[in-house]
Design a protein around this ligand. Structure first.
Ligand SMILES: NC(=O)c1ccc[n+]([C@@H]2O[C@H](COP(=O)([O-])OP(=O)(O)OC[C@H]3O[C@@H](n4cnc5c(N)ncnc54)[C@H](OP(=O)(O)O)[C@@H]3O)[C@@H](O)[C@H]2O)c1
Length: 398
């Protein structure tokens, strides 16, 4: 890593409900029978024994320790999320029968049992993360083929230094950010600049920090929205306080409403115009990124938060020759060999343990607290940086 910084703890963001280390013998899950709004269709279910699994060679039993609630999980429950392959790996059974699906795609767990034939150096006690989406991670345990898992070699260290909940957030947010930094443009370590919108999102947070480990500067556009000047300043401070001179936070509205502000930013960048733009929003925000992009540069779209299309003006294509691409982490995970996926997981863990990268703020809830968790998520708009919801998959329901 080009930049080595000491690991710091953000005590302000300590979870209100600690992840419980208590071992349980029964089973619980968060599942849904039909698609719809998560608060309406997702149900907490407990039973004495885990659902029966096929006793196949190469299968391992994972005790799920923590699993984050990502925007994609919401879309899956709503029935709006496509599968990256025609015939996806079937989800392990729900305790409530075949018609039910368990929610949750990402997760952090530990192998507690296994049949012969597992690959990739997975052994009982190994910490693992998911290598396949759609397996239903919001539950206390599940059996999976070892090919659906990625072992985390420094898992014990990650657990001790960051905790289960933070570890659970690392791989999708960090993986999406890492691939977009690495796979589209080769950025010079000294002069490389990335411009992104939704800089206060989970992916945006990870992208700025991972880029910093490579000495790449990031300009983060963040919408001011209904934030007061004080709230905006707190947010900008939260995003830059540890990475001054690396991440610069700019209110998107200031650039959209004032051509002079764009010129000033361009002048500040000088010959280091961004070769990579990262778009999670679409609409005018994406057009702004394209304007700031260097000739021949690439804009990668990974989200459409504004629900507005990305439009590219003809002159940008002809005179600036910009490239417009998309990134979908589930597709990368499906198409990539296990060895490469493990390499990425190792790189992300090293970035946290050796490179000082911190996970976004989060708030932990038990699976039984799903309604409170979803309510908390919608009510936290005044927060400087929104907290990720993480489920403690071991904590018992009442
Ligand atoms: N393609 C992939 O593989 C992939 C992987 C991960 C995530 N994603 C997508 O990436 C996006 C971000 O995910 P995340 O988990 O990082 O999200 P997140 O942590 O939940 O954050 C979303 C952020 O977006 C901002 N936002 C919402 N609507 C906006 C708008 N119209 N204009 C500008 N900013 C807006 C919000 O900030 P304020 O409300 O404070 O403005 C919020 O901080 C989501 O759309 C998600 O589906 C895609």
């Amino acid at each position: 890593m080009a930049s080595i910084r000491h690991y710091r703890t953000l005590t302000r963001w300590r979870p209100l409900v600690p992840v419980s280390p208590k071992k349980r013998s029964d089973y619980h899950e968060l599942s849904f029978l039909e698609h719809g709004e998560p608060t309406r269709v997702m149900e907490y279910h407990q039973q004495e024994t885990p659902p029966v699994h096929k006793d196949n060679d190469g299968f391992v039993k994972v005790e799920m320790l923590a699993a984050p609630w990502n925007p994609a999980d919401k879309n899956v429950v709503q029935g709006k999320y496509p599968s990256p392959v025609k015939n996806p790996m079937p989800q392990p059974p729900s305790g409530r029968g075949d018609s039910w699906k368990v929610a949750g795609s990402e997760g952090w767990g530990r192998v507690v049992d296994m049949r012969p034939g597992g690959g990739l150096h997975i052994t009982p006690g190994s910490f693992v993360t998911l290598g396949q989406s759609g397996m239903g991670t919001f539950r206390s345990s599940l059996w999976l083929p070892s090919s659906a898992l990625i072992p985390v070699d420094r898992g014990e260290e990650l657990k001790t230094r960051a905790g289960h909940a933070a570890a659970a957030c690392l791989f999708q947010l960090g993986g999406t950010a890492w691939r977009m930094i690495k796979d589209f443009e080769s950025l010079d370590e000294a002069t490389g600049v990335i411009v992104q919108n939704a800089g206060n999102s989970g992916v945006g947070w990870m992208l700025s920090q991972l880029a910093a480990t490579l000495n790449i500067r990031v300009i983060s556009l963040v919408r001011r929205g209904s934030k007061s000047p004080g709230e905006f300043e707190r947010m900008a401070n939260a995003l830059t306080q540890q990475y001054t001179n690396t991440t610069r936070v700019v209110a998107e509205e200031d650039l959209l409403e004032d051509k002079e502000a764009i010129k000033a930013l361009e002048a500040e960048l000088g010959t280091c115009a961004p070769r990579l733009a990262i778009n999670a929003v679409g609409g005018p925000s994406a057009s702004l990124l394209l304007k700031l992009l260097a000739p021949g540069g690439t804009m990668v779209t990974y989200g459409g938060l504004s629900m507005q299309p990305v439009t590219v003006g003809t002159p940008l294509l002809i005179f600036k020759d910009v490239k417009v691409r998309g990134y979908w982490h589930s597709r990368w995970m499906t198409r990539t060999f296990p060895k490469q996926k493990k390499q990425m997981v190792d790189e992300l863990v090293n970035a946290v343990l050796d490179g000082g990268v911190q996970l976004p703020p989060f708030q932990v809830f038990p699976l039984s607290g799903v309604q409170e968790a979803l309510k908390f998520e919608t009510e936290q708009s005044a927060e400087a940086v929104r907290r990720k919801i993480v489920f403690d998959c071991q904590r018992q329901g009442d």
